[in-house]
Design a protein around this ligand. Structure first.
Ligand SMILES: Cc1cc2nc3c(=O)[nH]c(=O)nc-3n(C[C@H](O)[C@H](O)[C@H](O)COP(=O)(O)OP(=O)(O)OC[C@H]3O[C@@H](n4cnc5c(N)ncnc54)[C@H](O)[C@@H]3O)c2cc1C
Length: 306
């Protein structure tokens, strides 16, 4: 079965002349997550165009394979056992078109590079996103935000595909149901194909200045020298989670290869061969300790995939 599906996908690649469509089998997800953790996925597929993606989705449905879409893998923790099914990565769907103050970005475009393009066109509104290591699709899915900005404040339209019916749909601004690290797509399971972002004309110097400032703050405060998935938890009752974890005396706590960062207690870092099990155990300890000390039930921002 694995061979037949792979053959069909690869023959499409030859017939359609799309050299970018890549199909790997038994691919370690540690190679595709910023945490550098995760066992093998049965298939790891990287389509190069919307047409490729549609074909891939229809084949996966025909073969009854479970399917997971990822962008840059910067907000996921893959299980040590890996993923039974196909992980479809959007990283090659990365076209970006700037038209006046509207940027249309395909789902796999890097947030940082879109922010850079906005700055090049003297467009303000995406400065906050500079340095977030995710894709536009991943950012819209979870309403990524930083330094007072959120992707929701500039998103006007999103084009999606339903992975079951393959119906293409356009979500208008109010239909995104954005909330804190929330969007309608968490509920519907629709795959984000592209998003229109409406920005504001501004001063290139000021925009670049803000982006540099945000990046420097990240470099100063975040343990970027270690693999991680960013902040593990959401804010709890408006409080800074990192501060509560620090005040609970958990900085530096280590389970296996996973450690509560000394630099930023909201981050769990992979200090060497961490397993997903190490991270999950550490998460449980943090949750329990913070609950006892502050009465806050921490909720994960990080998405566990098994
Ligand atoms: C060092 C570091 C710093 C970070 N800083 C921030 C920060 O300041 N603010 C912040 O909000 N986040 C931050 N993050 C987390 C992460 O970068 C963001 O959440 C980012 O938006 C995730 O994008 P991604 O492409 O990596 O998503 P992935 O991790 O690939 O996927 C995350 C989820 O989105 C879904 N998804 C991805 N693409 C699509 C699509 N096209 N259609 C439908 N669903 C999709 C996936 O199925 C998965 O459920 C940080 C992470 C790291 C490692």
């Amino acid at each position: 079965m694995k061979n037949r599906l792979t053959e069909e996908l690869l023959s499409y690649k030859v017939l359609s002349g799309t050299p970018g469509l890549s199909v790997l089998t038994d691919e370690p997800m540690s190679n595709h997550s910023t945490f550098r953790i995760g066992g093998p996925a049965d298939y790891f597929i990287t389509p190069r165009s919307e047409e490729d993606l549609l074909f891939v989705l229809s084949k996966l449905k025909e073969f009854g394979e479970r399917t997971l879409i990822i962008g840059k893998g910067s907000n996921v923790l893959f299980a040590d056992e890996g993923y039974r099914g196909a992980v479809v990565c959007t990283s090659s769907l990365d076209r970006v078109i700037v038209n006046g103050s509207v940027i249309t970005a395909e789902c796999g475009a890097s947030l940082t590079s879109v922010a850079r393009q906005a700055a090049r066109h003297s467009l303000s509104g995406l400065e906050f996103a500079f340095g977030i290591p995710g894709s536009v699709g991943g950012a819209v899915f979870m309403n990524a935000g930083a330094y007072g900005g959120e992707i929701s404040s500039v998103t006007v339209k999103t084009k999606t595909i339903d992975p079951e019916t393959f119906e293409i749909r356009i979500y208008e601004r109010e239909e995104h149901e954005f909330g804190y690290r929330e969007s309608v797509f968490r509920r519907t399971g629709d795959i984000i194909l592209s998003t229109e972002l409406c920005l504001t004309p501004g001063d290139a110097g000021e925009i670049n200045g803000k982006m540099t400032d945000f990046l420097e703050r990240r470099q100063q405060k975040q343990p970027l020298e270690f693999p991680s998935a960013g902040s593990v938890f959401k804010r709890c009752a408006g409080r800074f989670t990192g501060q509560m974890i620090e005040e609970s005396g958990l900085k530096g706590l280590t389970v296996g290869g996973a450690q509560v960062s000394e630099k930023h207690a909201g981050f769990i870092i992979n200090v060497g061969d961490a397993t997903a099990r190490d991270v999950l155990e550490l998460i449980d300890i943090i949750k329990e300790t913070v609950k006892t000390r502050f009465g806050c039930s921490l909720e994960c921002e990080l998405i566990y995939v098994s």
